[in-house]
Design a binder for this molecule. Structure first.
Ligand SMILES: [Zn+2]
Length: 191
């Protein structure tokens, strides 16, 4: 049987659980209220619900930023930005399949990715200029976000989550460039 490109219903449930855990960890870490949609306007979608520009073959996830002109009704002032975390089901499933045929590491990888992307969204929401950094600045930002992902998930004592945290550690640890794992995410912008 051909392998599915999309998460099944159980796996989509894991995505929802991962988001709930990540939101709670991020709220503690950043001392913010992510329920405040005016300050943190975002959502998360999986591949089945992504528009063509929200899909990428080059990363496991993508954060898309949408901006509206202030003149566009019915949006009020201060609600002109929106971030969407776009999970690329097929790339994530492929990554797990290269580790194990049972997909047993999927749940923990989802938690790592969702936590990482949510940290980006919190940081973009608090300082929007971070979305438009120069390449070398982006690299530093990515390192910081991997380090913070590690710190957030440290309290979540799960060996499988720990495995992914270690896997991405070269991004911010002392290892050389060649040790860096594949690209976790990228960003797209729609004005
Ligand atoms: Zn990232």
């Amino acid at each position: 049987m051909a392998e599915s490109l999309f998460f099944n219903s159980k796996q989509r449930l894991w995505v929802g659980e991962a988001l709930e855990i990540a939101e709670s960890l991020a709220e503690d870490y950043f001392q913010v209220n992510l329920g405040n949609l005016g300050q943190f306007p975002y959502d998360l979608q999986t591949l089945a619900n992504l528009q063509s520009q929200e899909k990428t073959r080059r990363a496991l996830a993508q954060v898309c930023k949408y901006e509206w002109s202030k003149r566009t009704p019915p949006l009020k002032r201060g609600t002109k930005e929106f971030y969407r975390i776009c999970l690329q089901d097929d790339k994530i499933l492929d990554t797990v399949r290269t580790e194990t045929s049972s997909l047993s590491l999927l749940k923990s990888l989802l938690l790592y990715i969702v936590t990482h992307e949510l940290i980006h969204v919190v940081r973009f929401s608090m300082a929007p200029q971070r979305f438009f950094l120069r390449p070398e600045e982006k690299r530093a930002e990515e390192k910081d976000v991997h380090r913070m992902t590690y710190e957030l998930l440290k309290s979540f004592a799960d060996p499988q989550v720990g495995l992914w945290a270690e896997r991405y550690r070269p991004w911010w640890g002392k290892c050389g460039l060649e040790a860096e794992p594949s690209v976790l995410d990228k960003f797209c912008h729609r004005a």
